[in-house]
Design a protein around this ligand. Structure first.
Ligand code: FES
Length: 94
């Protein structure tokens, strides 16, 4: 059974940007891609870089430390197909 935890107010993540949140003791990177929100683990699988601080192009985020690229929609790394855990953000009615 899915568990939903409040992560953020949607206004706090502008279009085309990512931001880190601590949700349930985990560092989560939340991205706003053209008004759709995606959440993945903030920790890069290579050496732990903060993906929330990476450059976003389309649905891809580039790790700011060494350049690994992840698709924020799936958590998959674009080259190796190794992935990171991804989450399905759910808007919460106020
Ligand atoms: S820590 Fe992300 S590419 Fe190295």
């Amino acid at each position: 059974m899915a568990v939903f935890l409040k992560a953020a107010e949607i206004q706090s993540v502008p279009r085309g940007q990512g931001k880190k949140f601590n949700v349930g003791g985990k560092h989560i990177a939340l991205f706003n891609i053209d008004g759709t929100y995606y959440a993945i683990d903030d920790t890069c699988t290579h050496k732990g870089g903060p993906l929330s601080e990476g450059k976003i192009e389309g649905s891809n985020v580039t790790c700011p430390w060494h350049g690994s690229i992840f698709d924020v929609r799936t958590g998959e790394e674009s080259k190796s197909k190794n992935g990171i855990f991804f989450f399905r953000p759910k808007p919460h009615p106020h």
